[in-house]
Design a protein around this ligand. Structure first.
Ligand code: PLP
Length: 450
């Protein structure tokens, strides 16, 4: 495709498209980058550039791009039954088979799924579901959900309120009522001179303080991502989850693990909760469920919660596309590929150790204050001074992101934290390319910062 084609698409973008999470003035001045096709771990743009997708789209293309089996599954299902819904006591076979397949990989005792169209809808669903649960149990005053500052649970009104992104709250007049937040376990950014484990315990203890402040009789649930993704790949210190489990065991509240990013193999286990040995009551899912080939989400629900819901009369909640048959058929095929090709085993035994070893080599770069990573996730903290952790003035992360795109790599910037989450099928040679390009872009960013 030629330069003039690119200009044509960029003009259409200016004239007609309002894309999500974009600064429109900046975008209109610069012009959108137009992505035209993809295969494996690579994207191509309208100028013919090949770009290694270090973010698996938006943390979702777990099996990589271009899998014909998913295309075939979608086409077959479209011919058979392109649409029907699950409302008013009906079901269809793709949703039933998918719910059964998900129950087969979910933690023991989590055997039911409520389907949605996205991660945000999944988090709207948990808010409605846990409040309905406590009302059915005769404790309607248990309404408050505790989330974490800088957590991300989506962009709908409930999702953004459960999340702790202050800029999102300010722009929309959020929070909705009955939501509280505690600090995140972000040691590099907020741990000061505490040792990581000491810091992990200190922030975990805020959960107990918040429960006591609000009153146990008013708290419905605690929601958290096993690893905060959009907040900057924040991997909690080792002490954090054991302490949270200890606190949750003392109080009668539900635990919601938002598995939208960690689910379906990102840590090398099916769910981040499996990796950490957590036992949530509800798990919102999306993204890797279909590897992003079609939009679909859901909430996996523990049997003890389902038993109460069974007594609660009609649950006045659902979406036209809950359990969409074509998305369900694609998800089933995606799960089959993840299982039959032993993708999680390969991540655990080979590619994650290799990625983490190579990624950590970037620690010697003058701009990098901390390198962290786990499974197929990674983060780099860009700093001016490694000793004091002082940041650069201005948006150095965005500069680095631009250099990456110009040099054939998608790496995302969250402030001055550069993050990666490549497709789970990335191989060692592609990991080498990712790390080499990341280093080159750090060099170019360092040159700009001088
Ligand atoms: N929850 C988490 C942890 C996420 O990372 C995201 C999206 O990035 C969401 C929820 C929202 O998902 P969606 O964008 O599909 O609504």
């Amino acid at each position: 495709m030629s330069e003039s084609n690119t200009l044509h698409w960029q003009n259409l973008s200016r004239e007609h498209l309002l894309p999500p999470f974009s600064d429109y003035r900046e975008l209109n001045a610069k012009g959108a980058r137009i992505i035209t096709r993809a295969s494996g771990v690579y994207l191509w743009d309208s100028k013919g550039n090949r770009i290694l997708d270090g973010m698996a789209g938006l943390w979702c293309v777990n099996i990589g791009y271009g899998r014909e089996e998913l295309v075939e599954a979608a086409a077959r299902q479209m011919r058979e039954l392109p649409y029907y819904n699950l409302f008013f006591q009906t079901a269809h076979t793709p949703a039933l088979e998918l719910a059964n397949a998900i129950a087969g990989i979910a933690p023991i005792g989590m055997d039911h799924v409520f389907f949605t169209g996205s991660g945000s809808e999944s988090n709207d669903t948990v808010l409605r579901m846990v409040r309905h649960y406590w009302m059915t149990k005769g404790q309607p005053q248990k309404q408050v959900i505790i989330g974490r500052w800088n957590g991300y649970h989506g962009s709908t009104v409930a999702g953004a309120s459960l999340g702790g992104m202050k800029a999102m709250h300010e722009q929309a007049g959020l929070l909705i009522s009955g939501i509280e937040h505690i600090d995140q376990p972000y040691w590099y950014g907020e741990g000061d001179d505490l040792d990581p484990d000491e810091f992990g315990i200190r922030v975990a203890e805020q959960l107990e303080q918040k429960i006591l402040e609000v009153g146990e009789d008013k708290v419905a649930a605690f929601i958290a991502e096993p690893i905060q993704g959009a907040g900057g790949v924040i991997i909690p210190p080792d002490s954090y989850w054991p302490k949270i489990r200890e606190i949750l065991a003392r109080y009668d509240i539900l635990f919601i693990a938002d598995e939208v990013i960690c689910g379906f193999g990102r840590t090398g286990e099916w769910f981040g909760s499996d990796y950490y040995g957590n036992a949530p009551d509800l798990m919102p899912i999306a993204k890797g469920l279909t590897s992003g080939y079609l939009p679909m989400g859901g909430v996996i629900v523990r049997d003890k919660v389902v038993q109460v819901l069974n007594e609660g009369g009609e649950f006045y909640h659902g979406f036209t596309y809950s359990g969409h048959p074509v998305a369900a058929a694609v998800a089933l095929e995606n799960l089959r590929i993840l299982k039959e090709e032993n993708i999680l085993e390969r991540v655990k035994a080979k590619t994650s150790p290799y990625l983490q070893k190579r990624w950590r080599e970037l620690a010697d770069h003058p701009l990098v204050g901390e390198v962290r990573g786990l499974g197929m996730l990674g983060a780099l903290e860009l700093v001016k001074d490694k000793q004091t952790r002082e940041r650069f003035p201005g948006a150095i992360g965005m500069r680095c992101r631009e250099h990456c795109l110009d040099n054939g790599l998608v790496m995302r910037a969250v402030g001055d934290t550069m993050i990666i989450s490549p497709p789970l099928v990335i191989n060692e040679e592609e990991i080498d390319e990712l790390v080499t390009k990341a280093r080159l872009c750090l060099d170019l960013t360092a040159r700009d910062a001088r």
